[in-house]
Design a protein around this ligand. Structure first.
Ligand SMILES: NC(=O)c1ccc[n+]([C@@H]2O[C@H](COP(=O)([O-])OP(=O)(O)OC[C@H]3O[C@@H](n4cnc5c(N)ncnc54)[C@H](OP(=O)(O)O)[C@@H]3O)[C@@H](O)[C@H]2O)c1
Length: 296
């Protein structure tokens, strides 16, 4: 391997995971890896292992072009900028422009399952427009359309377990949850491969679960009962607002349930195991390994 691999957002949880798998699982020499971040001090440990650290901010195109110089394969990790509508789209389009200007040979991007127009997920256009912008550059690409992390459950389960109720509008729709580290290993595998083909992978866990099935698994692991309460999208939105969530956040979260109900997050593929070269964690194994984080 002689190509130089670059990972943006390297101090984030996924970015760190990808770099650790490049080094430890795929044995990519550290001097072939560039990690970019807004805060280089956060990556002192990777610098100590020989990884090149460069500063890049998606709000500053010049910093991106400079940071991407000399990189053969660039992984753009979608940013977590959701507070200002449209900001993430703008940031990611700037990163695509910078990659083109820097002469990058292959672009990889972390997207969303089925982000096409018509997706109920309110931020789907950020991902779809970024995919389209990448295609328009004519640079060969790899899209990793990531299903929901298992870790997303940490956000809601403590409250659900404390109240004993799981309010949802997802109906019988399923989500193919996947442990973030399994996704990181798969993405590292795709980044480390020398493939120059344009390809789209949907990265999922080994099985998809309805809310009732997740609740039953959580009860099995914790011993605590959960009653699943199905509501309309409108009633769920109002309930979240009454519980103190800002309306924009409530609408975003309910859009996830609407997408789940419509089948947009239920696809199951074997891409994670193929790219990572290892068996993925089941949701039950993940819940058992993280039992202490589920309690309120
Ligand atoms: N599939 C899912 O279930 C799921 C769940 C949550 C999030 N996501 C998406 O997946 C991404 C990675 O997940 P994660 O768990 O690693 O999230 P995270 O730990 O919150 O990391 C967020 C990343 O966004 C980067 N970022 C934010 N603003 C930026 C800017 N102006 N310029 C450059 N980078 C910026 C950060 O980079 P630095 O701080 O290093 O600059 C960081 O790497 C998230 O950002 C989000 O788009 C997916």
């Amino acid at each position: 391997m002689t190509e130089t691999l670059l990972v943006t957002g390297a101090s984030g949880q996924l970015g760190r995971g990808v770099i650790n798998h490049l080094l430890d699982t795929f044995k990519v020499p550290a001097d072939r890896i560039i990690a970019t971040t807004r805060t280089p001090a956060n990556l002192a440990d990777l610098a100590a292992r020989g990884v090149t650290i460069r500063e890049a901010n998606f709000d500053d195109t010049a910093s991106l072009t400079k940071a991407f110089a000399g990189a053969s394969r660039v992984l753009i990790i979608s940013t977590n900028e959701l507070a200002i509508h449209g900001k993430r789209r703008e940031q990611q389009l700037a990163a695509v422009t910078a990659a083109k200007q820097a002469g990058v040979g292959h672009l990889l991007y972390t997207s969303l399952p089925d982000p096409e127009p018509g997706s109920p997920i309110l931020f789907a256009p950020d991902h779809y427009d970024t995919e389209q912008a990448i295609k328009a550059t004519s640079i060969p690409y790899t899209f990793f359309r990531d299903s929901w992390y298992d870790e997303n459950l940490f956000m809601s389960l403590p409250h659900t377990l404390a109240s004993g109720h799981w309010y949802t509008s997802a109906g019988d729709g399923r989500i193919s949850y996947c442990a973030r580290d399994d996704m990181a290993a798969a993405i590292a595998g795709g980044l480390a491969s020398a493939s120059d083909q344009s390809v789209t992978y949907t990265l999922t866990g080994p099985k998809a679960y309805s809310v009732a099935e997740v609740a039953a698994l959580v009860t099995e692991v914790t011993g605590k009962p959960i009653e699943v309460v199905q509501l309309s999208d409108e009633a769920l939105t109002e309930g979240m607002k009454a519980a103190g969530l800002p309306e924009s956040v409530a609408r975003l979260l309910v859009s996830f349930d609407a997408a789940t109900r419509a089948g947009g997050l239920g696809m199951v593929t074997d891409a994670v195991e193929k790219l990572s070269g290892r068996k993925s964690l089941s949701l039950k194994q993940f819940l058992e390994a993280n039992k202490s984080k589920l309690a309120a």
